[in-house]
Structure formats: C-alpha cells, structure tokens
Design a protein around this ligand. Structure first.
Ligand SMILES: [Fe+2]
Length: 280
C-alpha cells in the first residue's frame, strides 16, 4: 500500500491496495487514521461490487440509506447519482451538489462520512472540488474569528427556492414561510472542533446557510462574501478528476465540496453511501 498527500491542506491518495487487503485490520486501521487526519482519502482502482462497497462502509461505521427514488434497486444503502438514461428513464439523480456544501448540514445529525465510488466516470469533466473547513477557518482574520466565536448559524435545505404552481400568487414573505415550514432551519455551532485533529473548522457554506445568529443583514452579507472568497481560492482547492473505480471517502463536517458540470455527451455514474459514525 502506498499513501501520498494530494495537497498540503486536504486529501491523501492510496494506491496499491486491494479489497481483500482492506479487510485486514492492520491495513484498514491506518487507512482509517489517514482519513481522520487528512479529511479526504481517495483509493485508486477499487474494482468492487456494490456488496463490497457496503462492506467497506461497514468497516467505517453504519451505512445510512438516503432513500428516495434513486436508491439502488437492490441495495438501499446505495444512492445512484447519474446522468445516464436507460429505457427512457433516468438511472439516478442527474445534478447534485454543484455548489459548496458540507453533506446534509441541513439535518440535525448529519452522517459523519460520505463515500463515492466512480462506477462510470469521465476524466475531463464532472470533477469534484474539495476544500478543508479547517483550512478555511485558519485563513479567517483574527477579527473574523472573534466575531463568529461562540455563534450558531441556521442551515437551510436549499436557498434556491423552487417555485411551483402551488406557490404562484404568494407574497415573498408567504413563500418564505411556506418553504421554511417544508424545510425547517437547523441550528448548528458555526465553529466546531474536529475530535480527531483538535482543529477548529467553519461549519456552514453560504449556499447552505440562512443566516448567522445575531448578525444583521450587513454582517451576514460580509461574512458570506468572506467565506465565498476563501472557498473560491484556487490555491486551496483540490480538484478531483475522477478515474474509473476511484473510491473517495471524506468526513462530511470538515470537508467542503462541490461538483462541476459534466460535458454534453459524457456519461457519469457514481454510487454514494452515507455512513454514520459507529458510536452514533
Ligand atoms: Fe455532497
């Protein structure tokens, strides 16, 4: 097995390891530790079946089915994200996460880890961008750190309110109330501490936050702009260009990520498992 850092701020690539070897605690243990230290790991060339992916997820914790219509037909633990169409029907969820987010931050208890297997992936588009929430915190000025210290923030399922026929004729306030009732806001501390590294990190991305508690509209706006500029800094983004059979595994809280568009004509299918920490 070989391990190398993908960047200075996030990620480790693991090569020359097989599924059979991963079953051995003396191999799996150090990989687990690398995940906790580096926030994201990418195992290359993992030619695994859906059953084997679930088995790997169980070594980390407890798979949590996402449910919904794009659940894998035979394995509820797996969600299929795909732009492929088979027999006139979409194979999976076509377009997700094309903005910076921490998985399921709108939930009260988001699963601790996300695992994606590149089943059928192009290398030239449909990348996943990763940034470390610890690194984002470290780059805030002391003034900003003091201003957000001890605050909470309200997370929202989506800021991009989807207008449906139901909503026509409602005022903006009514529309907002309706959406908030359908997707209640969830409060989380804005700054958290990673239990494995002890590092502080920002929990919340502008696209997933309604507001910071106690901030007025100007403070809020200034903070979101600051956060966006830190997230958009190319020097602090790892661009994962997928290769077939890549297995990416990350800590959902400390890892921001975003997907990029898939070129027209390219097919992209990945299998995702959300994994709760074993003790939760
Ligand atoms: Fe995601």
């Amino acid at each position: 097995m070989e391990v190398r850092s993908l960047t200075t701020f996030i990620g480790a690539e693991i090569t020359a390891v097989t599924f059979e070897e991963l079953r051995q605690p003396e191999i799996c243990g150090p990989i687990h530790e690398t995940l906790h230290q580096r926030e994201l790991i990418v195992l290359r060339d993992m030619a695994i079946t859906p059953e084997q992916q679930i088995e790997l997820a169980r070594m980390i914790g407890r798979p949590v089915p996402l449910g919904g219509q794009y659940q894998h037909p035979r394995f509820p633990e797996i969600a299929v994200f795909s732009n492929a169409v088979r027999n006139g029907k979409p194979l999976g969820v076509a377009r997700v996460g094309n903005f910076w987010h921490q998985d399921s931050s709108f939930a009260k208890n988001p699963a601790a880890y996300s695992m994606l297997h590149g089943v059928d992936v192009p290398h030239t588009s449909g990348h996943t961008l990763y940034a470390s929430a610890c690194d984002v915190y470290d780059r805030l000025t002391d003034d900003w750190k003091a201003r957000i210290d001890g605050r909470t923030a309200l997370h929202t399922y989506t800021k991009r309110i989807r207008i449906t026929q139901d909503h026509i004729g409602l005022s903006v306030a009514e529309l907002r109330a309706r959406v908030e009732a359908e997707y209640p806001l969830t409060e989380h501390p804005l700054v958290k501490r990673d239990p494995f590294t002890g590092r502080r990190y920002v929990y919340g991305a502008p696209e997933c936050l309604d507001r910071v508690s106690g901030f007025d509209a100007n403070d809020n706006d200034a903070f979101f702009r600051r956060l966006n500029s830190l997230l958009e800094d190319r020097e602090h983004i790892y661009v994962h260009r997928w290769r077939p059979r890549d297995l990416a595994l990350w800590k959902t809280a400390t890892t921001y990520h975003a997907s990029t568009a898939v070129e027209p004509g390219q097919v992209r299918t990945v299998h995702r498992i959300s994994i709760a920490a074993p003790d939760s």
